[in-house]
Unconditional design. Structure first.
Length: 417
């Protein structure tokens, strides 16, 4: 039986399996995710030295920035930005702090920002206030004369960190061996390394974001019988369900178990293989929070991001990307009420910008995405002042070969969807 082969393989079988038993691995970004969760404070920026005391492993920067108060940081960022003029473009993801978003030339979700990055031909420097995979994507899509800067080099994404490139390559090899000629299309969420995007590009696959995941899955099923989706199992499952794929035809690939924890037959029978990754921010939301919001406000609208678990998405009224959430709420009638299941900096901003509506986060604990939160204004200032001195710090570059195939997968999303 296939299961026995996996539990008790011979030496030659072990040698031919790429995914051997591996030690479970928890990304540092995941273990530090709750460092800034609080019940009794707002998210106003504090001097960097105070934020360092939360026991986080952020990039260190020159001492002179450690104690600078918020107002001084803002004034100096404005001056530096003015001096750099058209040479500079600052991109800000919706989950960034207000003290960063106020300086963004463009605000957006990961799809919109990647398109903005591709369109900024005049700018020599693209300072990406977001996380590492976004800056990599900007480097791939931007022109060769442009340099992409991530102000705090440790601003990663715990979900992207759950799909280590080698583990994904091993998984891909294993699946190819089992499926033989059967066509499986690899799809990776934008939240992944350039190397994983490249693997998708090389193998007739594609990238998606939460704005277009359903259309991308449809694209893939026109070209193959199966899909493998990296790295967010929840977005993948929620998208599969939207396409009416039965839950028992979707399996989760555990990278720490041989063959993802499945026998060959199960892998052959599956239509969707989901990488075992998740977002620590969006998996905080649960159905009890939705029930509480509905009981306290019977006319509430519940809107969540599709990185939430399947039961949360099912219990909500609407689900979609950050841009979708913003659009729905901004265009809702005055007096409407919204309980939102996404990152708190965005929810707070929506609430401030829509004073005629009741808008609150489903989770009563204030718990920002700790990696988005790493872009403290001191890092933005440091990166801009270094540019004024003629030095580019924290440049994000993707090697040519990786970029070539990653771009293929990105272009399929940007031009074929
Ligand atoms: P968006 O694609 O909606 O911007 O989401 C990115 C992200 O990291 C959500 O957690
Ligand atoms: Fe990554 Fe989740 Fe943060 Fe988005 S919210 S950057 S998926 S950890």
């Amino acid at each position: 039986m296939d299961t026995c082969k996996i539990l008790n393989p011979t030496q030659s079988e072990v040698n031919s399996m790429a995914t051997k038993q591996k030690l479970p691995f928890i990304p540092l970004t995941e273990s530090q995710q709750s460092a800034f969760c609080r019940t009794d404070e707002n998210l106003l920026v504090k001097p960097l030295a105070e934020e360092f005391s939360a026991v986080v492993s952020w990039q260190d920067i020159p001492e002179k920035y450690h104690h600078m108060p918020g107002e001084e940081l803002s004034t100096r960022i404005s001056l530096a930005r003015q001096e750099l003029g058209e040479k500079l473009v600052i991109l800000g993801h919706h989950y960034q702090r207000d003290e960063i978003v106020q300086f963004a030339d463009f605000r957006g979700d990961s799809l919109k920002l990647s398109q903005q990055a591709a369109g900024q031909e005049k700018a020599e420097f693209i300072v990406f206030c977001g996380v590492h995979f976004m800056a990599e994507t900007a480097d791939i899509l931007s022109a060769s004369h442009q340099q992409v800067i991530l102000p705090n080099i440790t601003a990663g994404c715990s979900m992207a960190d759950m799909a280590r490139t080698d583990d994904v390559l091993d998984c891909w090899d294993d699946i190819q061996q089992i499926l033989g000629d059967e066509k499986i299309i690899p799809i990776t969420y934008m939240n992944s390394t350039a190397a994983i995007k490249s693997l998708c590009g090389k193998n007739n696959g594609i990238v998606c974001t939460s704005s277009n995941a359903k259309a991308v899955f449809e694209w893939a099923f026109e070209r193959g019988n199966k899909v493998i989706f990296f790295p967010d199992q929840h977005l993948g499952r929620n998208t599969g369900l939207k396409l009416n794929i039965p839950i028992d035809q979707m399996l989760v690939w555990n990278p720490f178990k041989p063959m993802g924890g499945h026998d060959d037959e199960k892998i052959r029978d599956a239509r969707v293989i989901l990488w075992q990754g998740h977002c620590s921010v969006h998996t905080r939301f649960n159905v009890r929070q939705i029930e509480k919001a509905r009981s306290e406000h019977p006319d509430i609208n519940i809107i969540v991001h599709p990185e939430c678990t399947m039961d949360v998405v099912e219990a909500s009224d609407l689900d979609g990307s950050t841009e979708f959430i913003i659009d729905k709420i901004n265009n809702a009638p005055p007096g409407s009420k919204w309980a939102v299941g996404t990152e708190i900096s965005l929810v707070n901003r929506l609430s401030q910008e829509n004073p005629d509506k009741l808008i609150f986060c489903l989770d009563s604990i204030v718990c920002p995405c700790s990696t988005m939160y790493r872009t403290h204004p001191a890092y933005l200032l440091w990166s801009l002042e270094k540019l004024l001195e003629g030095e580019v710090i924290n440049q994000i570059t993707v090697d040519e070969e990786t970029a070539k195939y990653a771009k293929l997968a990105l272009d399929r999303m940007l031009h074929e969807i």
